[in-house]
Write a protein that binds this ligand. Sequence first.
Ligand SMILES: Nc1ncnc2c1ncn2[C@@H]1O[C@H](COP(=O)(O)OP(=O)(O)OP(=O)(O)O)[C@@H](O)[C@H]1O
Ligand SMILES: [Mg+2]
Length: 499
Amino acid sequence: MKLKLNAISKSFGPVKANSNINLTVDNGEILGLLGENGAGKTTLMNILTGLYKPDSGTILIDNQLKEFQNPREANKSGVGMVHQHFMLVPVFSVTENIILGTEPTTRFNKIDLKTATDKVVKISSEYKLDVDPNALIEKLPVGIQQRVEIIKILLRNAEILIFDEPTAVLTPQEVTEFFEIIKSLKKTGKAIIFITHKLHEVLEICDRINVLRRGKIVGEAFPTKTNNKKLAELMVGRTVKLRTSRRKMEKGKELLKVNNLSILSDKKEPILTNIDLVLHQNEILGIAGVQGNGQTEFIEALTGLRKASTGKIVYFGKECINITPRKIHALGIRHIPEDRQKQGLIGDFSLIENIILNTYYEKDFSNNLKLNWLNAKKEARRIINQYDVRTNSEDISANKLSGGNQQKLLIGREMSRSINLLIASQPTRGVDVGSIEYIHSQIIKARNKGIGVILNSTELEEIIALSDRIIVFYEGKIIAEFPSNSDPKIIGLAMAGVK
Ligand SMILES: Nc1ncnc2c1ncn2[C@@H]1O[C@H](COP(=O)(O)OP(=O)(O)OP(=O)(O)O)[C@@H](O)[C@H]1O
Ligand SMILES: [Mg+2]
């Protein structure tokens, strides 16, 4: 199927999210859609899938005018989307999730799970997706959950497929597999729109690239005729430093010492075994590793979100194992969690409320009787300006911000006020190249001022660019340690378990 968007415009109050956008995708074509955080990518795709109605403009599919009242109608016309934030029910099985809303029933009006399962198996093998139809969603790694979303739209006969930042949550291995999947979808003649902030990805996989800035298409490019630097400039409208500069520093006093730390799962299986590490002032310690090797649980133990079974965690010389997140926060330890929507922000709360979420009881914001909203508002404004959170009001709810702007708000909150130690997990997930530059420079500035940083990231490039020392997690253990500027290939081998 062939898609044509004609002069699409959409405003949210005073915010012009899309302004006169023209865009086409052919069958068998992969179109890359790039743009800064808040440029209007997700909004445009939500219009295409019938979630929003455009203020003006038209959608043509195979030259036929379409006016979608809801996503179901868009589905019927062959449009399917894998969303930036997944929409699966964690306690349901793969098949249950896939058929949600379109449950096939037997003659007696019972849900026909057998027929549904067969269909899932068929599509899964047709596109080599390798998904177990009976697995529970919450037990599956993110990469497989994403494939469930893909099966879901294929089962509804989607011919125009939209992927909104699908690679943001994937490991490099999963990205490779995902690219194979979209290549095979392309071969069967699907029209594909692929949104990402990773420039090398559009260069690798797309046939054509459109760039959005502040709601408008500002350029078209072809992978063979452009490069990272040109694309970055087109996106942001200025030169972007794609590499962070960092001077060497002597490490300071010891901030954190972890001794013989082990964590068991609910089923008493080991998740982490005998972890030992030390972090100093003026030091960025990078944790590299393929996701699922215990890093997440390690960070949860450090931040009071998970109980450790044995071992010691010592902050500033004082034993702090298994204390509450609030007590840890009071020590000046800040946490940027890996999942901004589950652990970082409350979507229905305003930006102001989110800014004081973990400090509302401090004397700047409270006198124990009443909250000081004026100060809270000031603090929110300051963070919004400093971290370039694109919004026209601090009173809107956080879920109205674009994905990357939610991330910037969260980082701004955690990196403000008195801070001694920063524990950052996937800090730049979903953030555009211009803002990555700023966030990286802020992390380095913090380290130069004496703050210690633990940086957990699946982006090896990010780990290497920022870290003074790098450790590698593998199967719940630290299996290697490297100095700064080590060869990514050698670190990569350690990540695969090769010592
Ligand atoms: N439901 C909504 N209500 C109010 N404003 C909204 C709503 N949805 C989006 N916006 C605003 O529209 C603009 C475009 O947002 P959009 O989510 O389309 O950006 P994006 O290009 O997908 O960014 P990102 O890369 O961060 O995901 C932003 O300013 C955002 O705050
Ligand atoms: Mg988006």
